[in-house]
Structure formats: C-alpha cells, structure tokens
Design a protein around this ligand. Sequence first.
Ligand SMILES: Nc1ncnc2c1ncn2[C@@H]1O[C@H](COP(=O)(O)OP(=O)(O)OP(=O)(O)O)[C@@H](O)[C@H]1O
Ligand SMILES: [Mg+2]
Length: 250
Amino acid sequence: MNLDNAVVLLKKDTKTVYRDGDTVIKVFEESFSKADILNEALNHARIEETNLNIPKLKGVNMIDGKWAIFTEYIEGKTLAELMSEDPSNFEKYLELFVDLHLIVHAQRQRLLNSLKIKTARKIDESDLNATIRYELQTRLQSMPKHHKVCHGDFNPSNIIVSDNGPYIFDWAHASQGNAAADAAITYLYFKLRREDEIAESYINLYCLKSDTAKQYIMKWIPIVAATQSLRSSGDEKNLLLSWADVVEWS
Ligand SMILES: Nc1ncnc2c1ncn2[C@@H]1O[C@H](COP(=O)(O)OP(=O)(O)OP(=O)(O)O)[C@@H](O)[C@H]1O
Ligand SMILES: [Mg+2]
C-alpha cells in the first residue's frame, strides 16, 4: 500500500487525511498508540450498527510504520464549508446541524464506552487542583445517568452534506451517556474559536428542539471543560482550565 496517487484532504501535526479514489485514509503519526487507532476504528464500527448515516469503515492497516484508518469517501462539502461559503443560509445550516445532533442522541449502542466513567477518569488526569477536581467529580456523579449515543466532537467540520444526505464522521471520541454533556462539548467548541454568537445560537436551538433547560447544559460546562483540557495546549488549555473552575459557572 502506498499513497503515491492520494490527494491530501487535511494535514495536521498529528495526522494527515488522504483521498485515494473512493477511499479516505487517515494516517496517524507515530505518537498515537495502536490502542488509540483501534479504539477509533472500533467506535466507528459500532456506530455503523446504529441508524446513522456514516461512511463505511473499510479497514485498519499500517503505511510506512504509521497506523491508518480506511473509510469510504463521501462526495460533498462539509457543513463548516457550507456555513462559511453561503452565510445567507446560515440559519438553515444551523438547524440541520442541531437536527443531526438530536438524531445522534436518539441512537442507542450499549457496547460504547460510558461517558460518565471516561469523564471521571479525565477529571482525575487533568491539571486542576484537588479541590476543583473533587467539586467536578461530585457534580458529575449527581448528573442523571443516560445511555444516549454521544459523538464527543460534534462540530460542522465532521459532517459532509452529500447528494444522499448528510454523513457524520470522526467517531474517535464517541461514548454513551448524557446528551447534555455532548451539547456542552459542541458549545465549548464554538466558544474556543471565539464564535460566541454561533455558540449561543446553537445552544438556544438545541435547548428549544430537545426541550432541555439551558441551565442544565451549563451545569456540564465546567465538567467538559476539564475533560477537553486534556486534548489541548497553550492558551486554549488555560482557557478550558479557567472554565473548569466550578465557581465561575454555578
Ligand atoms: N469519509 C470521508 N469522506 C470525505 N471527506 C472526508 C471523510 N473523512 C474525512 N474527510 C475530510 O477530511 C477532514 C478531516 O477528517 P477527520 O474529521 O476524520 O479528521 P480530524 O478532524 O483530523 O480528526 P480529529 O477531530 O479526530 O482530530 C474532514 O473535515 C473532511 O473534510
Ligand atoms: Mg474532524
């Protein structure tokens, strides 16, 4: 297997995503463990068993000593591209985005990892002091236990709108649990990009359509800020750690 005829779709420090004909190849740098890649592929395969429209997983293999995940290529534009190229239809795209998030949360897949257990572990691993960690763990345990499919990184760049309808991908962080935590992660995604207006529009529409109280989502903010801080660095990490300070948001 080589990538000589492949086109780069996206390049980051830690991974490169290629298209080779009808296949997408996500190649991870050596810093990723074998378990990380197999976990992402397993999550993807488990989500394929739900009713969601997602690219089919084709395989996992090594290319030049690096792990790679192979999936079906979906022709179309990401919702992020559509939102920025066609701002006059932003409201329509936001509505589609929220509707898709609700469809994700309507799914069940009892074999996925537990959001609550994963979140508790990440709070422990965070750089927060023991007092804040204790407060966050107490808050987490008081939250209702649900079993809804949660994407874990639901944002417009992880959705492709094709002629066959929208496809959702990038299931590396999927779990089952309380959907409000998943909505809080999406809210923080926009906040971190300084897209405050979109963050508010998203959360207001999510709350309206799901009949959820906004205060309830806000209770999750410090918890998910703590967990997201493990995935970031520099200013972004400092911002997330400050948002994890429970007193700020209560
Ligand atoms: N199956 C696919 N079909 C078409 N394009 C894809 C597909 N998978 C990924 N892409 C394109 O590649 C980009 C990056 O893919 P992906 O979201 O899987 O990686 P990532 O964002 O780097 O992952 P992570 O969020 O885990 O860091 C997408 O935004 C999309 O433009
Ligand atoms: Mg992505």
